[in-house]
Design a protein around this ligand. Structure first.
Ligand code: SF4
Length: 688
């Protein structure tokens, strides 16, 4: 090792796991990671971290890291030099474009990559290829929340900060396993509950840690959150408990909305949700009579066929009770991946340029066409879900996936992998030979966050810088450099020497980020969008109205139809979610020894009642069968689930993966898979 590698060094980074966006110093010696040290100046986490942020870094030095580009030759991969890989990709892409048209290519950006990389991925799709077929994995999770908020309040992000959640008098969490999925944020809620008498109401199918701590815990029937939300809102209006001043000054569409609530009587809601009428009444009263209310939600709301409408119902309730634009109030869709917010913010979406400006808007499109000197298609491109469908229909022939394990995280993987196999060209860019790469024609070895500079945006819309802890592992490159090489080979010389220049370009084009500059993000400084040109940001949104022409929010009428239920044959409902120790499909955490040893295997949670009924015990082996496929796993009997509810962690690998069971049903407004609406039957393989 050289002298330089042996020096002890300290660099600030942003956690690469969840959307809380913890920042800390990473101490290194060469490539060795000595320790992770939180810093009191960290805006989102102060001196806290969770197990993943503290110990989840071994994957960076894993022996399994890819260090050479791979090209498929028959049934195996051959290692090639970068030059060869880049020309191969560009040549094949141009052939497909020439032969079938630009819209035969599709791009999936990564919510683990930086904002700058998301910006470049969509720039590559739109400028170099000429298609709007670009999406990212928020399609799997929070696209419905974004939709619900856009419709009502105009910005698809958290209304305030984690401090606002902590300062609220009453926090509702709906379909969020906060203690395991957003651990540091959950600690803030626990602290406020303990020290300041904050109330916590939890809505979930599963009695997880936060449910056990809650002042009130509700278990509405799966997929019926829209109903109790609307019934509670109606009851508040019927009692005259709404915030009349707020409604008069800041809200449009009241009459039509009020009319749409007619069907949502307490009786109807109680029937469908299973929550007693008395409980709905007292819930309405507490929400209406409490000064500051904040609502947090996650996949338990969004991954349903009515995910967007349910997110809309949350926002309607907040509007009726005047819980926007004041400290301690607002809507908080808790973002999963560290940069799922930023990835959408910076334009990796089929209908939006960076900063959520529509491709159909001539003025906006003209601005990008001028800057990039090309024609860009007006019509929105295909989203993730549509791309997979289109491969099956022969309307899409090539796909480029950056940092996403599509073949395991998308719903109904049997269907998805059959599509991936059909592609004429499939490019995967990742750290490891992922499950998805086995279908690839080319695999490009990327570098993780510690090996590059850039920015991430957390769930609070907070843009934070990270600094390079050490050079990219030999043979690998950061995603932005790979994209730049591909663009250059295609005849577009972008010429960026540092990610700050990419941000400068994005800020110059997207008004939402007008004042975002690297010098304003030095060290632990951060900016929460929208950022005005002079650098003023907005930690709390809507203090002076909503981003519509008349500055008024819009109540959005909804109706409800039960979209999903178990049947006599498929009699069990499978729920799924995260574990504290692992992250999603486990790509990174499985490669961190300390974590893997602690929680090696995925399991199926079975209620005590069901275990008794089926005559099975802890450790039994069962097979679950849905209309899409089957999965097997080991049983753990627990009181966290009840009755005919099962729970599977997301991180299952091999045959226990949840997505063998999920099917093609999606949220009707955003095409997000209805991961949480799976009915199965259970076959016992071994009783114990
Ligand atoms: Fe990382 Fe989230 Fe844990 Fe913070 S709470 S250390 S951001 S995984």
């Amino acid at each position: 090792a050289s002298m330089r590698e042996e020096r002890i060094d300290k660099k600030k980074t942003v956690c690469t796991y969840c959307g809380v966006g913890c920042t800390f110093d990473v101490w290194t010696k060469g490539r060795q990671i000595l320790k992770v040290e939180p810093n009191a100046e960290s805006p989102a986490n102060g001196i806290s971290t969770c197990i993943k942020g503290k110990f989840g870094w071994d994957y960076v030095n894993s022996e399994e890291r890819l260090t050479k580009p791979l090209i498929r030759r028959g049934d195996h991969f051959e290692e090639v030099e970068w030059g060869e890989a880049i020309s191969f990709v560009v040549e094949r892409m141009s052939e497909i474009k020439a032969e079938k048209g630009a819209d035969h290519l599709g791009f999936i950006s990564s919510s683990k990559a930086t904002n700058e990389e998301s910006y470049l991925m969509q720039k590559f799709a739109r400028q170099v290829i000429g298609t709007n077929n670009i999406d990212n994995c928020s399609r799997y999770c929070q696209a419905p929340a974004t939709k619900g908020l856009f419709r009502t309040v105009g910005y698809g992000g958290d209304s305030g900060t984690i401090d606002d959640i902590a300062a609220s008098n009453l926090v509702l969490t709906i379909g969020s396993n906060t203690a395991e999925s957003h651990p540091v944020l959950a600690s803030r809620i626990k602290r406020s509950q303990k020290l300041f008498g904050q109330k916590l109401f939890v809505f979930d199918l599963r009695k997880h840690e936060m449910a056990k701590r809650a002042d009130r815990f509700f278990q509405p029937k799966s997929g019926t959150d829209l109903v109790w939300l609307s019934a509670v809102t109606k009851y508040i209006l019927d009692q005259g408990w709404e915030d009349q001043d707020f409604l008069k000054e800041w809200v449009n569409g009241f009459d039509e909305y009020r009319e749409s609530l007619e069907p949502f009587t307490l009786e109807y809601a109680s029937d469908l949700t299973g929550i007693a009428e008395e409980d709905l009444k007292s819930l309405a009263q507490e929400i209406a009579k409490t000064e500051k209310v904040a609502i947090c939600w996650a996949m338990g709301v969004t991954q349903h066929m009515l995910g967007s409408d349910t997110s809309t119902a949350i926002s309607n309730l907040l509007l009726i009770t005047g819980n926007y634009g004041k400290p301690g109030t607002g809507a908080y869709p808790l973002r999963g991946h560290n940069n799922v917010q930023g990835c959408s913010d910076f334009g990796s979406m089929p209908n939006f340029f960076p900063g959520y400006e529509e491709t159909t808007d001539d003025e906006v499109r003209g601005r990008y066409e001028k800057a990039w000197d090309v024609q860009i298609p007006k019509e929105p491109g295909m989203d993730n879900h549509e791309m997979i469908e289109s491969i099956h229909n022969d309307d899409l022939s090539a796909m480029y996936v950056m940092g996403e394990d599509t073949g395991i995280v998308d719903a109904n993987i049997n269907y998805v992998t059959a599509a991936l196999e059909k592609l004429d060209l499939f490019i995967v860019q990742d750290l490891f030979l992922t499950h998805t790469s086995q279908y690839a024609d080319v695999v490009l070895p990327a570098s993780p966050s510690l090996e590059k500079e850039g920015t991430f945006t957390n769930t609070e819309r907070r843009i934070q810088r990270m600094y390079k802890s050490f050079e990219p592992l030999e043979g690998t490159k950061p995603d932005w450099e790979i994209l730049q090489l591909l663009a250059k080979e295609s005849g577009f010389d972008w010429g960026y020497t540092h990610p700050s220049e990419i941000m400068e370009e994005a800020a110059g084009l997207a008004p939402l980020f007008a004042g975002v500059r690297y010098d304003r993000l030095e060290g632990y400084k951060s900016l929460q969008w929208p950022v005005a040109e002079d650098g003023t940001d907005e930690p709390l949104l809507f203090t002076e109205g909503f981003p519509f022409e008349d500055k008024k929010a819009r109540l959005y009428p909804l109706d409800f139809e039960l979209m999903y239920d178990t049947s006599e044959e498929y009699d069990l409902h499978v729920n799924n979610g995260r574990l504290l120790e692992h992250f999603h499909e486990g790509n990174m955490t499985y490669k961190s020894e300390g974590i893997r040893r602690k929680t090696p295997n995925a399991f199926i949670e079975v209620s005590q009642e069901l275990a008794k009924e089926r005559g099975i015990e802890e450790g039994a082996e069962v097979k679950l069968i849905s209309d899409a496929g089957e999965a097997t796993g080991i049983v753990t009997v627990t009181d966290r689930v009840s009755g005919k509810e099962l729970y599977l962690p997301l991180n299952g690998d091999g045959k226990s993966a949840i997505n063998y069971l999920t099917d093609n049903r999606v949220d009707k407004d955003s095409n997000t898979p209805a991961y949480k609406e799976i009915a199965v039957k259970m076959k016992v393989l071994k009783k114990k």
